[in-house]
Structure formats: structure tokens, C-alpha cells
Design a protein around this ligand. Structure first.
Ligand code: SF4
Length: 178
């Protein structure tokens, strides 16, 4: 079991934007960073990937952790300034929603839609496109035309409006299967 899974089972809140109970840990958003102390050493780890172990001491909040979450939230808000989930995190960690110049792609690349479609639905109807700063998600028109129109199970997973916008776009550009 991971630290995040153990915390969730115990009702202890650790923020995350890329974790889902049906998906493999991704470690993408880094918001679940916690302090883990074992054998006299303390390190910062991603709770969604770090396994629980005997005598492990975990701090889910500290000045350092809160500051990391604050900066991460500020960076993500540059991409998705209207995301309710991010605005809630901004309130919790006193993040300045206008700290970074806006580059509103509306996708924060959490990968939930891509991984859910691949791992749970095994359809690969939506995927990552490009690399680095150009990376974005997109529906694969040939697959979307037969698999996505009536599915939409990924919609509620998206912490921003990016997924629905991409869906509307691909649907408008894709002829219906005959
Ligand atoms: S479209 Fe939404 S769910 Fe998919 S990667 Fe972007 S933010 Fe995450």
C-alpha cells in the first residue's frame, strides 16, 4: 500500500490531482508530496508512489510542504485559471492565482483521461500528443468516432474544462461512422 492509499483509508487528506483508485500511480502533479522519516532520515516523497513501511513517520503538512503545494498550484493555475479544484487549493495553501503569466491551455496534463481510457476502458481514445512545452491531450478521431461519443466516463475525472473542450472539438470535426 502507498502512503496516499493508507492516508485515504484513515481519512487523512493529502491533495492530489492525478491519482485515481482504478489507475496505476502516476506521480505527475506532485501535490501529494509529504515528508517521510525512516531510519533517522527525512525525505520528500510522492505519497502516491511511496510504499508504507514499518516505523515510517509521515508528515502531510509542514512549512516546506505547504510552500511546495503553493508554488505548484500557482504554476498549474497559469494553465487552468478557472479550475475550481485549483482555486480551492489556492485558498488552502495561500497561492497567488496571478503569480505566473497565463498560458491557458486548460489542460494540466494530469493524465487522468488518457490513463483511464487506456487502463480501465482499454480503448486509447484519448492520448498525449507532442512532448515538452507542446505536450497536450487529444482524442484520436478514428477511435473516438466509434468508442467515445456514448462513453464519456473520463469527463468527471478532469480537474479542468480541457477534456470537454477537446471532445467537442474532435466531435465537430469527425464524421459519424456509417
Ligand atoms: S484533459 Fe483534463 S483529465 Fe485529461 S490530462 Fe488534461 S487536465 Fe487531465
Amino acid at each position: 500500500m502507498t502512503v496516499l492509499g493508507a492516508a485515504q483509508s484513515a481519512g487523512i487528506f493529502i491533495p492530489t490531482l492525478c491519482n485515481h483508485e482504478k489507475l496505476k500511480p502516476f506521480g505527475g502533479c506532485r501535490l501529494c508530496m509529504v515528508e517521510a522519516e525512516a531510519g533517522g532520515r527525512t525525505s520528500l516523497v510522492s505519497a502516491c508512489k511511496y510504499p508504507v513501511q514499518q516505523d515510517l513517520v509521515v508528515r502531510t503538512r509542514s512549512g516546506q510542504i505547504d510552500n511546495i503545494r503553493k508554488v505548484l498550484t500557482e504554476q498549474l493555475l497559469a494553465f487552468a485559471p478557472d479550475s475550481e479544484v485549483l482555486l480551492e487549493l489556492a485558498r488552502e495553501y495561500q497561492a497567488d492565482k496571478d503569480r505566473f503569466a497565463k498560458e491557458p491551455s486548460f489542460c494540466i496534463l494530469c493524465g487522468l483521461c488518457v490513463r483511464y481510457c487506456a487502463e480501465v476502458k482499454q480503448r486509447h481514445g484519448v492520448g498525449f500528443i507532442d512532448r515538452g512545452a507542446s505536450r497536450e491531450i487529444g482524442f484520436i478521431p478514428e477511435i473516438a468516432a466509434t468508442e467515445c461519443w456514448d462513453c464519456k466516463e473520463c469527463f468527471p475525472l478532469c480537474p479542468t474544462s480541457a477534456l470537454q473542450a477537446a471532445f467537442v472539438l474532435v466531435k465537430s470535426l469527425t464524421p459519424s461512422p456509417s
